[in-house]
Design a protein around this ligand. Structure first.
Ligand SMILES: Nc1ncnc2c1ncn2[C@@H]1O[C@H](COP(=O)(O)OP(=O)(O)OP(=O)(O)O)[C@@H](O)[C@H]1O
Ligand SMILES: [Mg+2]
Length: 278
């Protein structure tokens, strides 16, 4: 894996257009996976393809695969997985109470982001053979918080694993059994989850692998939004590597638009200075 690129920015600035263009250009020399989380399926519209189902890898060309993920469906799958795992670990009485809470959780804040994050992790760890994985739409707010989470969750998971091992040992001693601790399903789930979190935090925490690009338009409102967006990302310890200025008037332009183009050029110079170093 050479690089993972998240292409973010406010609504309608051209994220899908830019992410698709970047993926297309890189696919000339590298193996690329383009992943979209856009519920409007703009990526398949742009490439003029039909992706039949969630998780399907659409082979657009020799080097370019495209995947569209559905946030709503991911949230459902995520919650049913939690239910299955709770079923394994908890008594039916407690499970009955939790069931109701989990049913309500689908629409609660954070569930959508957590499930998308889980999915992003899965895509990254399961598709290491690509040179580039490009995500159309960068995770925002809550999801970004989750990028920093694996480190602390790892400590918590290790404590849970130790506790589970201790319980199994005590159970063996009490009932004079010789059950193999390694065969315990709960321990297996906890250890797999911990290993995944370690793997993903090593990848996402490596700025040589992960890049954040921010798309903006050369006008005042987009500039101000971008400035705030970058500040918010930096608040999560994430550096924006590149800023893409989209919707720039072409060089050959009608005289009618020339004044607009001159003003835009002046503004682009200003943006370059403001965001220099990227
Ligand atoms: N450089 C450009 N020149 C002309 N049209 C453009 C350019 N970039 C994007 N567009 C058009 O602008 C519209 C919005 O672009 P796009 O869908 O890429 O934005 P987006 O940021 O992904 O939007 P959303 O936030 O809704 O996902 C599309 O119709 C697209 O074709
Ligand atoms: Mg889009």
């Amino acid at each position: 894996m050479k690089k993972i690129i998240f292409v973010g920015g406010k609504g309608g600035v051209g994220k899908t257009t830019c992410a698709s263009s970047i993926a297309f250009i890189h696919s000339k020399k590298n193996k690329v996976l383009l992943v979209s989380t856009d519920p409007a399926h703009s990526t398949s519209d742009l490439f003029d393809i039909k992706i039949k189902q969630q998780d399907e890898l659409y082979k657009y060309s020799e080097n370019l695969d495209i995947m569209e993920i559905d946030g709503e469906k991911e949230a459902e799958l995520y919650l049913s997985k939690i239910k299955r795992q709770c079923n394994l670990m908890l008594s039916p009485v407690i499970m009955g109470e939790i069931q109701g809470q989990l049913n309500k959780a689908k629409n609660s804040p954070g569930t959508y982001e957590s499930s998308i994050f889980e999915k992003i992790n899965k895509i990254i760890t399961g598709n290491q053979s690509y040179d580039y994985i490009i995500f159309d739409t960068a995770p925002t707010g809550h999801t970004l918080h989750l990028i920093n989470l694996p480190k602390s969750v790892n400590i918590w998971m290790n404590t849970l694993i130790k506790k589970r091992r201790k319980i199994l040992m005590l159970k063996n001693m009490k009932f004079k059994k010789k059950d193999r601790i390694e065969d315990d399903r709960v321990l297996d789930i906890l250890e797999k989850r911990r290993d995944n979190l370690v793997k993903i935090s090593e990848i996402l925490g490596n700025p040589k692998i992960v890049s954040f690009y921010f798309v903006m338009n050369p006008e005042k409102l987009s500039f101000l939004e971008t400035k705030r967006g970058i500040k918010s990302l930096e608040g999560y310890g994430i550096k924006v590597d590149k800023i893409i200025i989209n919707r720039v008037y072409p060089d050959s332009i009608d005289e009618f638009w020339q004044e607009q183009k001159n003003n835009q050029q002046k503004f682009i110079e200003f943006i370059r200075i403001e965001f220099s170093g990227r």
